[in-house]
Design a protein around this ligand. Structure first.
Ligand code: ADP
Ligand code: MG
Length: 396
């Protein structure tokens, strides 16, 4: 891959950077931010542009407002936290499009930062609309993409807006993500390489698994991701998650190729008729009809940890069970602790990505204890699968 330009290749003095970030941060039911990693990681790029005496128009999305204004998804809540972290005032612009916005941008002074409202209040954002993108492109002199977590999407602000710029580059977070994840493409990667996958987003993870059978030494599959495989392999999974639908062929293909690389749990923590007080440990292949597997069992934890322990490079995405409930969190937390243990002993290089996996690390106060924390879930897996992303290609 040819060297991609980043913010250090430009001097932003007297220039306006149109900066796409990913401030789609997790919030609790009161709208309070539960993890500000994505905001923290966006600061180096902002600081570089400001120290050049440039101006910044920040654009981002948040949640899924589906193309209409919805107070719940307004980006205004970011102003206090951003001002505090950057130690300067930030101008908020309640519209993405309009004369008021144009004027506010026109009168920006060097060192000023303006945050525009949620891009997804406009249907055009997710549609990759040329006209919408053209209007946005007039807001800046240099386009900067630092939104790794959405760079697998062909949305206006990711792949269409940059088409209208001569000067464009990636930000420092994007650069760091590419650098760290590219370890998996290097011939010098330390082996054994172990991939741990779980969670529920099976469709986005299957292609990745197939691809990594050729790269990894071990692939451990747990959580909601494991049951469709067990079922396809003639096991009884009872009421456990089984959202395969059109993906049957791919699952069969993976099962056919899996020899000695892919490992599944052998026991699970299951509940009867959805009653969280009626719990037992059973074989994953023989889950009775009214029972549902919600975590990996002690035997599986043991087997997975043994493999983690002998690994030199580890990538983890997706929890091993319904870890938000402490009755079903032991599998996920045990795996997380084992990963941290070998990282701290300097035995392995470890990468964790995905909103829920990061949340699991946060539960045990260990966010900064892995070698690298990726801000992308889907984006991380797609980057590893394709060695690039649509949002990176367009800069190149
Ligand atoms: P990530 O955000 O780390 O990429 P996903 O979004 O794919 O992970 O999946 C996370 C969700 O999967 C969590 O809400 C968790 O409760 C759920 N989950 C994992 N295993 C199971 C299971 N066996 N049954 C039900 N839900 C599960
Ligand atoms: Mg998730």
């Amino acid at each position: 891959m040819k060297k991609i330009k980043d913010v250090n290749d430009f001097n932003f003095k007297n220039k306006i950077a149109l900066l796409r970030v990913d401030y789609n941060v997790p919030v609790d039911k009161y709208g309070k931010i539960t993890d500000d990693t994505r905001i923290k990681y966006s600061l180096p790029t902002i600081n570089k542009i400001i120290s050049d005496e440039g101006k910044i128009v920040i654009i981002s999305h948040f949640g899924r407002p589906k193309g209409i204004f919805n107070k719940k998804y307004s980006l205004k809540f970011l102003i206090p936290i951003l001002s505090k972290k950057l130690k300067k005032s930030i101008i908020f612009c309640p519209n993405v499009i309009g004369n008021d916005t144009k004027n506010k941008i026109k009168y920006l002074k060097n060192g000023n930062i303006i945050l525009l409202e949620n891009l997804r209040f406009y249907r055009e954002e997710e549609k990759g609309d040329e006209q919408f993108s053209y209007i946005l492109s007039k807001y800046g002199d240099i386009y900067v993409n630092d939104a790794f977590g959405v760079s697998h999407r062909k949305h206006s602000s990711i792949t269409i807006v940059p088409k209208f710029f001569n000067k464009k580059c990636i930000g420092l977070l994007m650069k760091k993500e590419i650098y760290n994840l590219s370890i998996f493409f290097s011939k010098k990667i330390s082996r054994p390489v172990t991939i741990i996958l779980g969670g529920v987003k099976i469709s986005s993870k299957l292609n990745f698994i197939k691809n990594f059978i050729n790269i990894a030494d071990y692939i451990l599959i747990g959580g909601g991701l494991s049951y469709p495989f067990i079922k396809m392999d003639s096991g009884n999974i009872g009421k456990s998650l089984n959202n395969i639908k059109e993906k049957k062929k791919l699952i069969q293909e993976i099962l056919y190729l899996k020899n000695n690389i892919i490992y599944f749990p052998n026991d699970v923590i299951a509940v009867k008729n959805g009653n969280f007080n009626n719990i037992k440990i059973i074989s994953i292949n023989n889950i009775p009809n009214n029972w549902k597997g919600l975590d990996i069992g002690p035997n599986s934890i043991n087997n997975f940890c043994k493999i983690i322990n002998k690994s030199k490079t580890i990538l983890w995405n997706g929890p091993m069970g319904l870890f938000e409930n402490n009755k079903f969190s032991k599998g996920t937390i045990s795996i997380a602790k084992e990963i941290i243990k070998i990282t701290e002993k300097n035995y392995a290089f470890t990468i964790v990505g995905g909103g829920d996996s990061i949340y699991a690390l946060k539960m045990i106060k260990s966010i900064d204890k892995v070698s690298y924390l990726s801000t992308g879930g889907g984006a991380m897996l797609e980057f590893l699968e394709k060695k690039t992303l649509p949002g990176i290609n367009i800069i190149n």
